[in-house]
Design a protein. Sequence first.
Length: 250
Amino acid sequence: MKIIIDGIECEAQSGEMLLQIAKRNGIFIPTLCHSDALPGLGSCRLCIVEIEEKGHKRIVASCLYPVRSEIVVYTHSEKINFMRKNLLMLLYARAPLDDTINKLRKEYGVADDIRFSGDPDEHCILCGLCVKACEEMGSFAISTVMRGVTKKVSTPYDEPSAPCIGCASCAHVCPTDAIKVTEKNGIRTIWNKDFQLVKCERCGKPFATEEQLEYNRNKLSEKELEYEYFCEGCKKVLISGKLKEIYRDA
C-alpha cells in the first residue's frame, strides 16, 4: 500500500511500523528511546506524529503505530512541534546539563530558563532501553526502582548485582550516556562492580569480561564460538580472510 508522509509518497507493508517507513524513505523523526534491536518501548514520545485517516486526525507514537491502511502523516506540524517542545522542556528539567537533551532543546526553541529545575548531575531520562537490553540478555541485573520524582534505574539496593556480566549492553543503548563505564588496567567497572577483561588473541586489546564469555558459551553454538577470544575488529578480519580463501579455492 501507499501512504503519504510530509507530502512524500511511500510504499508500506501492512503492519509495518510508521517510524520504520519514514526512516526507509529518508524522513527524519526524532527519537530517544527507540532502538531497531529493542523496538516497542515508546516511552520518550518524541516520535509522535499526526496522522489523517478518512478525514479524521489524531496523534500517535510512530515507533508503535502499525500501518494498516492508506494514511497521510505529518511529522512536523504546528501541533506536533508544540507537543515535542513541551516534552523536551520536561526532559530538560530532569537532565539540564545533558548534551543530547540540550541539542534537541535548542532545535525546538525550548528556553534555558524554565521554571523547573533538576539535578545537574542527572543524565538518565528513564526511557527503559537499558533495562530492556539487560532483560534481553537474560541477566535482569538492573531495573527501575522507587516511584515519582525518586524513580531511577539501579541494581538491587544499589549494590553490585550478582547476575551482571559486565557486558555494558545497557550503556551501549543508552541515548544520553547516563550509564558510566570505566576501563583501567584491564578492569571494567560498571554498576559499582569490577570485571576482569579478557584480551584479544590477535591484537591484545581487552574486549570482553570473563563472565560475558562464559555467558556466550552457554548460549551460542560451537560454530558461533569459533572466534570467541577475538575482538569484533579482529573477528571481522579473520572471517573476511577465511571467506576469501573459500572463494579462491572454489
